[in-house]
Unconditional design. Structure first.
Ligand code: PLP
Length: 385
């Protein structure tokens, strides 16, 4: 008989069973939603159930999603947050004034923007490096002062790759920690902690949940060190916890994580290959294409697929790109990514007038539909421009 908590279970099996978080009280095969904000104590004033005192500190419903994610990432502990941004904020607020942070120039724009503003008020120094330049990360390090290297891979919206093992070596040699935004890769394709990362970040809004119906964030710590303790306190005291219903939806969504990510990866590869030579497409950016600058790293670092995200630069510039997006009938015009339905986005419009994103670029979050339908939709959208 299979032991329910066995570390020998494959991640696919563990995930399909939602880490066996059933309901002991009723035998329900899925866990109940526990909305209680507070938990009782016995006559001797001990907590009735150990560790459950007040829902801002710990809650059984978000605990289920956290323990599954910690196992999938191979970390010591996972903590969920009310959004990806709240999770990232908890990491940077765990730093001390005077600390130095290194991050890539191309990364989720909302975080880059916030980090640059926050660094001024919090008194931390941030250097942004060009991930496409050899030696740029090493050159950005300030020995003795760099406390955290933050990377995103594959990164928005060029899907360039950063070598996690190499970044970990550089960070550790300088006495710094490495945090990896692995939202796009997911633990299905890449396990950053096994490659040397200290913290894994997810916008759980995306693939982990997978159904575009919650906003959530998560961090996984390789070990429970001092920085991790401060991050955990930031969540406990800052209170950016994931609500119980959202936590339940997150665990429910994660049960199909492997199927969804693998199908989205297969679909994205089919779409990328089809449009790579299309006369109205100047360039397809997808790490699964041999022509992509990050292809070799992706082959080493991503197992079983290259993810569901790709970008296309449309011949004729911004107006043609906007027209193509406007002509789509199946792809939904919306920001975000990682849902079962395909989305198309003119990224420069979403990021606003200061966006560094090429104006001819369309970002595609490829879902789990039939790939022929997706290709036909873009084909007709391009034919009409
Ligand atoms: N990191 C990446 C790669 C993202 O795409 C996003 C959101 O788009 C975030 C972080 C921020 O996460 P959230 O929107 O859940 O706060």
């Amino acid at each position: 008989m299979i032991m329910k908590d066995s570390d020998e279970l494959s991640p696919e099996t563990l995930t399909a069973h939602g880490a066996y978080a059933g309901d002991a009280a009723t035998g329900g095969v899925v866990p109940p939603i526990q909305p209680s904000s507070t938990f009782s104590r016995d006559e001797n004033y001990n907590l009735t159930v150990e560790n459950h005192g007040y829902a801002r500190d710990k809650n059984p419903t978000f605990g289920h999603a956290e323990s599954l994610l910690a196992k999938l990432e191979g970390g010591a502990e996972a903590i969920t947050f009310s959004s990806g941004m709240a999770a990232a904020v908890a990491v940077f607020q765990a730093l001390k004034p005077g600390d130095h942070v290194v991050a890539p120039k191309v990364m989720y724009w909302g975080l880059r923007h916030w980090l640059l503003e926050f660094s001024e008020t919090w008194g931390i120094d941030v250097d942004l490096f060009d991930a496409s330049e050899d030696g740029a990360l090493q050159a950005a390090i300030r020995p003795g002062r760099t406390r955290l290297v933050w990377i995103e891979t594959p990164c928005n919206p060029t899907w360039d790759l950063i070598d996690i093992a190499e970044a970990a070596n550089i960070a550790h040699e300088a006495g710094a920690l490495l945090a990896v935004d692995s939202t796009v890769a997911t633990p299905v394709l890449t396990r950053p902690i096994a490659l040397g990362a200290d913290i894994v970040f997810h916008s759980a809004t995306k693939y982990l949940n997978g159904h575009s119906d919650i906003v959530a964030g998560a961090l996984v710590g390789a070990r429970q060190d001092d920085l991790w303790a401060r991050i955990r306190k930031n969540r406990e005291h800052g209170g950016a916890i994931l609500g119980t219903f959202e936590s339940w939806l997150l665990l429910r969504g994660m049960r199909t994580l492997f199927l969804r990510v693998r199908q989205a990866s297969d679909n994205a590869l089919a779409v990328a290959r089809h449009f790579d030579t299309h006369p109205k497409v100047a360039r397809v950016l997808y790490p699964g294409l041999q022509s992509h600058p990050g292809h070799e790293i992706a082959r080493r670092q991503m197992n079983g697929g290259f993810g569901g995200m790709l970008s296309m630069q449309i011949d004729g510039g911004e107006s043609k790109a906007l027209q193509a997006a406007g002509n789509c009938r199946l792809f939904v015009r919306a920001t975000s990514l990682g849902g079962v339905e395909s989305l198309i986005e003119h990224r420069a419009t979403s990021e606003g007038p200061t966006s560094p994103i090429p104006r001819d670029l369309l970002r595609l979050s490829v879902g789990i539909e039939k790939p022929e339908d997706l290709i036909a939709d873009i084909d007709q959208a391009l034919a009409a421009i």
